[in-house]
Design a binder for this molecule. Structure first.
Ligand SMILES: Nc1ncnc2c1ncn2[C@@H]1O[C@H](COP(=O)(O)OP(=O)(O)OP(=O)(O)O)[C@@H](O)[C@H]1O
Ligand SMILES: [Mg+2]
Length: 325
């Protein structure tokens, strides 16, 4: 069973929202989860309607049944300082640095330093145990970088381990990769039922698979309700004018004769229905693309009033029903 849930997906599809809902869902019934934000934008604090999070773990929500959601927003500057600090503490790390050549190290690793710390921090939280010998958190959920950057992000320790061939940095990097490549980790993708995000999802999954990173579920977010059944959609798509006019007049909206109310309503209604039918057809195509990925699919509805705290709990409850326990 995975304990580190990495939530990625195309920008704006709902990664932060879904990660938060998942953290709540997995905390239900007395469990403890840690929600980690890595982009430093305080999205989690906004979502939970709390003060901006400091760079430390703190409880931000109570789950149904008494569970706890803790959160950690990793600040990039603090992260860098933390990492440098770790370097100075690691005695032989200095020697490793010398061997590598400072320039090599800086150009190859510096852009990824932040990522090294972020993934390292998340893995540390996954492995951490309390005095009672039990895991500090039942699950750790990461609001991760978008699809285009996720594989490199998760693989950054692989590069580090290759550069520092022995010593504490090497060992630390390898320990992180061991967690990330194990079944303890699952990388989930959030998508919408639209061509671009679905394509990105497919590409992202292919990339993760070719790099040996563990894929999890696909979460289809902002799903709009189906207003018409299959038959009605077909009728609308084929513009069955007479049938619609007749149905309207049977519904008491005036006679179907020329100039009557039903007659005047027919065309605008058919136009709307046609647009709806088109959307449903497009969504059907995207759904079958997603089914082809051979991963568990979950769906979350579009909350028409946006996601406030109550909405977030609703999404969490919905996710919990669908999530394998
Ligand atoms: N199920 C939903 N129903 C309605 N609105 C939603 C839903 N999920 C997310 N949203 C809204 O969509 C917007 C984007 O969501 P969110 O910030 O979670 O996406 P993101 O993928 O994290 O974005 P970014 O790439 O900028 O980090 C937000 O305004 C959020 O409230
Ligand atoms: Mg986000």
């Amino acid at each position: 069973m995975s304990r580190l849930h990495v939530v990625s997906g195309k920008g704006g599809t709902g990664k932060t929202t879904v990660a938060a809902a998942l953290a709540l869902a997995l905390a239900a019934d007395g469990r403890r989860t840690l929600l980690v934000e890595v982009e430093g934008r305080q999205g989690i604090a906004q979502l939970f309607e709390t003060e901006p999070l400091p760079y430390e773990e703190r409880k931000i929500a109570t789950a149904p049944g008494g569970g706890e959601v803790h959160a950690l927003a990793i600040d990039p500057e603090f992260a860098l300082l933390d990492y440098l600090h770790m370097f100075y503490k690691l005695g032989s790390a200095g020697r490793a640095l010398k061997k590598l050549g400072a320039i090599d190290f800086a150009t190859t690793i510096a852009p990824g330093l932040r990522d090294v710390l972020l993934t390292g921090k998340a893995c540390e939280a996954v492995r951490r145990k309390g005095k009672d010998g039990r895991f500090a958190y039942d699950s750790v959920i990461m609001d991760a970088p978008p699809t285009g950057r996720i594989t490199r992000f998760l693989n950054v320790n692989h590069e580090v381990a290759g550069l520092a061939r022995t010593g504490p940095i090497h060992n630390q990097a390898q320990a992180v990769m061991r967690v990330l490549k194990s079944p303890q980790t699952a990388v989930h993708m959030v998508t919408l039922l639209e061509e671009m995000p679905v394509q990105e999802t497919a590409d992202g999954i292919a990339e993760l698979r070719s790099d040996g990173l563990p894929t999890g579920a696909v979460i289809v977010n902002m799903v709009r309700p189906a207003i018409l059944d299959h038959e009605a959609v077909d009728a609308a798509a084929n513009g069955r004018r007479t049938a619609v006019a007749k149905a309207l007049s049977q519904a008491g909206l005036g006679g179907a004769r020329r100039g009557g109310l039903a007659e005047r309503l027919v065309d605008p209604l058919l136009e709307q229905a046609r647009e709806h039918a088109e959307r449903v057809a497009l969504e059907r195509t995207q759904r079958s693309e997603l089914a082809g990925l051979d991963l568990p699919l979950h769906e979350l509805e579009l909350l028409t009033d946006g996601v406030d705290l109550a909405g977030l709990y609703r999404l969490a409850a919905d996710l919990r029903k669908q999530w394998p326990s």
